[in-house]
Ligand binder design. Sequence first.
Ligand code: ADP
Ligand code: ADP
Length: 225
Amino acid sequence: DAVLELKAVTKSYNQGAANQIDVLRGVDLTLNAGEMVALVAPSGAGKSTLLHIAGLLDVPDSGSVTVAGQDISGKGDSMRTSLRRQELGFVYQFHHLLPEFTALENIILPQLANGIAQRAAEARAEELLALVGLSARAQHRPAALSGGEQQRVAFCRALANRPRVLLADEPTGNLDPGTSDQVFAALMDLVAGTGLSALVATHNPELAARMDRRVKLEQGRLVDL
Ligand code: ADP
Ligand code: ADP
């Protein structure tokens, strides 16, 4: 069953008066529940554009985007924002954790903002930290964590509000190969432990090979690899 579906999605940009570039020319993508899909895209191919549209941060020129069974076509900003907060989690190359808060607090805060009670939020944060092997680091601030640990906490934060879909943009792009492996293993554990689906943009062929499926952005369309 599909948790994220893009159908015939197009997006063009105007770069000056007579210069339109067609970045997405009819993207079809179905992400099923529990599935982890690698998105491979050469630089400039439109990866950010695609992730922004899938993440409901931008709207396509045409085509449809459905998240958790809800089609956003013709819907307003507030509907997209609430669907984004409920159903989508984001991870980037850099962790973007709040430096003055501990790992645990960084995972609790988005839950409090979502109306979850402190005690339940804390239990959820502890459960996620345990899944990525960081229970002993709960009281550390980001600066006291290694790069791999920071990124694992960022995964936990992204999953704090139990989204159905994780969108990850080069989540291991800043890490050395050994740490990348370890962080990726943590992501696999989270997917297994939570039933999450993930679309993971990566340039790392070894990580891509370990996912359920690989798609490549090529001339504005997604092709299976
Ligand atoms: P990637 O993430 O794969 O590098 P992007 O989605 O950022 O690719 O960009 C794809 C193409 O669209 C690039 O040629 C880029 O210059 C162009 N582009 C992206 N955003 C805009 C924008 N807001 N206005 C004009 N052109 C843009
Ligand atoms: P890795 O080899 O995994 O990148 P590091 O060598 O950076 O890890 O750190 C090893 C351990 O020391 C990590 O578990 C990390 O939590 C801890 N650590 C790293 N930097 C600090 C720091 N500034 N203060 C306290 N602990 C730290």
